[in-house]
Design a protein around this ligand. Structure first.
Ligand SMILES: [Zn+2]
Length: 104
């Protein structure tokens, strides 16, 4: 899932510590709910700034609580935009003469 350049980062002790303390902070605020829908518990700690090979080594970006967001799985997946999966989803249906979706 993680991009190749980010693998070492996500395994690093610095990130794990940062992630854990962010989750603890969110739990103390609202019990650890998703910051987007506030309906489900958070699942991913998401970087609001897209990590690149250039900024991933910058703690002010990669390890900055202000740039993190606790998100549930559905919200996180929507944010990342899995266009390939969405394409597959659309092809599972076609429309009949009455305009109703029918499985292909
Ligand atoms: Zn959510």
């Amino acid at each position: 899932m993680a991009k190749e350049f980010a693998k070492a980062f996500y395994k690093s002790r610095e990130w794990r510590k940062c992630r854990e303390s962010y989750i603890a902070e969110r739990r103390s605020i609202d019990g650890g709910m998703c910051e987007i829908c506030h309906e489900r518990l958070g699942y991913y700690v998401h970087h609001k700034v897209l990590l690149t090979p250039d900024n991933i080594t910058d703690p002010m970006v990669a390890l900055n609580h202000d740039l993190l967001e606790y998100a549930c799985k559905p919200c996180h997946d929507r944010e990342e935009g899995h266009f390939l999966d969405r394409g597959k989803e659309e092809k599972r249906f076609r429309f009949d003469e009455a305009g109703n979706p029918v499985p292909v």
